[in-house]
Ligand binder design. Sequence first.
Ligand SMILES: Cc1cc2nc3c(=O)[nH]c(=O)nc-3n(C[C@H](O)[C@H](O)[C@H](O)COP(=O)(O)O)c2cc1C
Length: 282
Amino acid sequence: MDLATVDKLLTSTRSVRKRLDYSRPVPLEVIRQCIEIAIQAPTGSNQQGWSFVIVTAADKKKQLADLYRKGVEIYAQMPQPERPVDDLRTRQRPRGLASSIHLVQTMEQAPMLLIPCIEGRFEGAPQFAQASLYGSILPAVWSFMLAARARGIGSAWTTIHLMFEKEAAAVLGIPDHVTQAALLPVAYFTGEDFKPARRIPSREFTYLDTLGQQTRLARARRAHADLRCHRGRGFCRASTGAPPARRRRPGSRPRVAEGSLLVRIAIPGTDGAPADHRSRHH
Ligand SMILES: Cc1cc2nc3c(=O)[nH]c(=O)nc-3n(C[C@H](O)[C@H](O)[C@H](O)COP(=O)(O)O)c2cc1C
């Protein structure tokens, strides 16, 4: 497998809104191909209860876009999570917002809208059933986006029209026992390429054995590396981003940065002290 190409596809499939080329028709055959690929995704108990409604009729696209707009008006009034100004997501927000506004204003102009659905309802269902139902359609939706992107076709995952799911179901003839999972505007994208997005690094939310424990994978790895490489008795500092500890003068106290992991290592034979590991995290 050509990893470079696969990784590029996985890291550069973006939510495309401003760069959707509404003037270029998308052949149905290409979308069918993408759906054929998408349904290789896993599905709980091999149910394959999915359906994909490709909407090309102008009046139906307009009705769905109107529902989406109505939903966005409600969404805009909802409280948003408060985050520090220097949080990556806060900094990315204005750009995302501008792109979202463009989509709100133009959605019905997309050559097609795609509504992926799954048979079954969530109302009152136990948690495992809910997870199984969404898990039986969302991987296929993402696969569709990947397959489309590989063919020069962009899309954007949206859910806001689902505030009016029943009204959308009426437009598309979707029966009561079927759940809509998303709405994707679909069009060829303009420009050559997309870049990987900046994300909070995975080490910030990857844990080893227990979620939330300070034993984060990255820190644990770093500490293990330090333990392996350290020769003689002393202190190493392992943290996400802190510079490596400088060599201390004999008898001086170690300096430890906030949020760092302090590992005290006693190497048998240096002063006879037993091995001692302490860690401090914030
Ligand atoms: C469950 C889900 C719901 C989303 N709903 C909307 C939506 O209603 N409207 C919209 O413009 N984008 C929506 N998005 C797209 C996100 O805003 C987008 O994925 C995020 O900003 C990251 O950008 P990227 O996909 O380009 O990396 C949704 C994404 C997900 C996964």
